[in-house]
Write a protein that binds this ligand. Structure first.
Ligand SMILES: Nc1ncnc2c1ncn2[C@@H]1O[C@H](COP(=O)(O)OP(=O)(O)OP(=O)(O)O)[C@@H](O)[C@H]1O
Ligand SMILES: [Mg+2]
Length: 269
C-alpha cells in the first residue's frame, strides 16, 4: 500500500544561492540531520565539486568511487552511489572535484538540464523510502544548479545576514522563473533562510527587515544564528546535532526543520 501521506515520493529541495559562503552546505547538512532526528528519511545530494557536504558528513575522498558525476553522466544504479552516514536516517550521494568538468560535458548532452531529475526518479529510489532529498548546489547558476532546479519541487535559499545580502537575489529569481518556463512549471520557492544572524549587530537586524519587506512570507521565521559550533562540526565529520546537540546552532536547525515540515503539511480539507 502506498503511504497516503507521501503520495508523490520524497520532497526534493534544491539549496541554492550563487553567492559563495552564505551557508548552503551548512544548511543542507544540518537541516538534513534535523529532519533525520525527527525520524524522516533524508538523502543529501552533493552537487558541488568542492564536495563540502560529503566531507562534512565524513565520507572520505578515497571512498567516493561512485559519485554525483557518475549518477549524472553514466548509467549507474542509485544503490551504487548512495552511501550511509553516521545517522541512520541520513544517506548521501557524495561528490568530488570530477564534477567540475560535468558542467562543460553536459553542454553537448541533449538532456543536459534533466539528468538529475531523471536519475532521482529511478524506481530504485523507492527502496530508500525517502521523505526528503536536499541538493547542495555549487555557488553558481550553472548547469549543475539548473539540474537541481529541474529535479526539485522547491528551492531553499540561504541568505547571509550581511551587507549586500539581497544583491544577486534577482538573478537567482530570474533563473527560477526560466526553469519554471522551460522545464519545471511547478517549481516553488521553499523559503529564504537568514544565516549567520548576529542579534547584537544592527546590520543583521537591518538585513532581516529588508528581506521581510521585500520577500514577505517567503522568509522563514527561524533565524540561524552565527554559532561557532556550526563551523566546527564539519571538521569532526559530524552535523552540529551530533557534535553539540545543545548548541544554539543545533536548536536553530531543529526549528527550521519543524517550520519547513509545518509549511509542507497537507492542508486539511
Ligand atoms: N550559522 C553559522 N555560524 C557560523 N559559521 C557558519 C554558519 N553558517 C556557515 N558558517 C561557516 O561559514 C562558511 C561558509 O558556509 P558554507 O560552506 O555552509 O557556505 P556555502 O554557501 O555552502 O559555501 P560555498 O558557496 O563555497 O559552497 C563555512 O566555514 C561555515 O562553517
Ligand atoms: Mg557549499
Amino acid at each position: 500500500m502506498p503511504d497516503p501521506s507521501r503520495p508523490t515520493g520524497p520532497r526534493i529541495i534544491a539549496v541554492a544561492n550563487q553567492k559563495g559562503g552564505v551557508g548552503k552546505t551548512t544548511t543542507t547538512i544540518n537541516l538534513g540531520a534535523a529532519l533525520a532526528e525527527i525520524g524522516k528519511r533524508v538523502l543529501i545530494v552533493d552537487l558541488d565539486p568542492q564536495g563540502n557536504a560529503s566531507t562534512g558528513l565524513g565520507i572520505d575522498v578515497d571512498d567516493r568511487e561512485f559519485t554525483t558525476y557518475e549518477l549524472l553522466l553514466e548509467d549507474i544504479d542509485l544503490g551504487q552511489v548512495i552511501q550511509p552516514t553516521k545517522s541512520e536516517n541520513l544517506v548521501i550521494i557524495p561528490a568530488t572535484v570530477d564534477l567540475s568538468s560535468a558542467d562543460i560535458e553536459l553542454i553537448s548532452n541533449e538532456k543536459r538540464s534533466s539528468l538529475l531529475h531523471d536519475a532521482l526518479r529511478q524506481t530504485a529510489m523507492d527502496r530508500y523510502d525517502l521523505d526528503y532529498v536536499l541538493i547542495d548546489c555549487p555557488p553558481s547558476l550553472n548547469l549543475l544548479t539548473v539540474n537541481a532546479m529541474v529535479a526539485a519541487h522547491s528551492v531553499l535559499v540561504p541568505l547571509q545576514s550581511e551587507f549586500f545580502a539581497l544583491e544577486g537575489l534577482s538573478q537567482l529569481m530570474l533563473t527560477i522563473r526560466e526553469v519554471r518556463q522551460s522545464a519545471n512549471p511547478n517549481l516553488r520557492i521553499e523559503g529564504v533562510v537568514l544565516t549567520m544572524f548576529d542579534a547584537r549587530n544592527n546590520l543583521s537586524g537591518q538585513v532581516e527587515k529588508d528581506a521581510r519587506d521585500n520577500l514577505g512570507d517567503l522568509v522563514f521565521q527561524t533565524l540561524i544564528p552565527r554559532n561557532v559550533r556550526l563551523s566546527e562540526a564539519p571538521s569532526y565529520s559530524m552535523s552540529v546535532l551530533d557534535y553539540d546537540p545543545q548548541s544554539r546552532g543545533a536548536d536553530a536547525y531543529r526549528a527550521l526543520a519543524r517550520e519547513l515540515m509545518k509549511n509542507n503539511a497537507p492542508v486539511a480539507a
